[in-house]
Design a protein around this ligand. Structure first.
Ligand SMILES: CC(C)(COP(=O)(O)OP(=O)(O)OC[C@H]1O[C@@H](n2cnc3c(N)ncnc32)[C@H](O)[C@@H]1OP(=O)(O)O)[C@@H](O)C(=O)NCCC(=O)NCCS
Length: 186
């Protein structure tokens, strides 16, 4: 699905206020801190231990190795070296809209509501359409994650209720199994 060789892709993206960059070993400390914060993990099954957080970082770095893009580490120059991640990934489960590339974001709560997710997401979308040549990018979350849905709406994604789905990696009967899907074509 990747039309370009990983090594030919730009390593980082810049926006007016953000640097979306490759991960550094020291990012893992701040990443674990945010993944242990109940506010950040409200719409995930549980807060994460240091080991679980590192496993997510390992998976993110492996995606960069394989594809040359992924969930970039977000630096806010002059404010913080690491605020979370924003970026694109190949969806890692099978359902009616896969295979596809999804856009995602997770920021430390101290940096919410300043438009950072929207700003970074716009740069990631542009990268997906212009550099990767994708025709469509999706995003999904639980219906009650209004902050994330608001970001999806602000970047122009469309929700079609017919697309709503049960997340295959969430156990049957779990309160977080049902998801809404947003799509945006090139
Ligand atoms: C989702 C997340 C990345 C948004 O980051 P952010 O930088 O605060 O996003 P933005 O500032 O660009 O936009 C947030 C929007 O949500 C709105 N918002 C904030 N709290 C809200 C609430 N409780 N209900 C509805 N909308 C809300 C803001 O007002 C803003 O919209 P506006 O610009 O129209 O006013 C951040 O909240 C986060 O990391 N959450 C935890 C992890 C997560 O849920 N990730 C997504 C998993 S799918």
């Amino acid at each position: 699905m990747d039309p370009r060789q990983p090594q030919s892709l730009p390593a980082e993206l810049r926006t007016e206020r953000l640097l979306l960059r490759c991960w550094r070993p020291q990012d893992r400390i701040a990443f674990a801190r945010m993944n242990a914060d109940p506010r950040v993990m409200e719409f995930f099954p549980a807060v994460q231990s240091r080991e679980e957080s590192d496993a997510v970082a390992d998976r993110i770095e492996a995606h960069f190795q394989q594809h040359g893009f992924g969930l970039w580490a977000v630096e806010i120059p002059g404010i913080t070296p690491f605020a979370g991640f924003i970026g694109l990934t190949h969806t890692r489960f099978e359902t009616h809209f896969t295979p596809t590339v999804e856009i995602g974001w997770r920021l430390a709560a101290d940096h919410w509501n300043r438009g950072y997710a929207t700003e970074g997401a716009r740069a990631a979308l542009d990268f997906g359409y212009t550099t990767l040549g994708l025709n469509e990018i999706v995003s999904f979350t639980v219906p009650t994650n209004l902050r994330s849905r608001r970001v999806m709406e602000k970047i122009g994604m469309m929700h079609c209720p017919d697309d709503d789905f049960d997340h295959p990696l969430v156990p049957e009967g779990h309160r977080l199994r049902r998801h809404v899907l947003y799509r945006l074509g090139r």
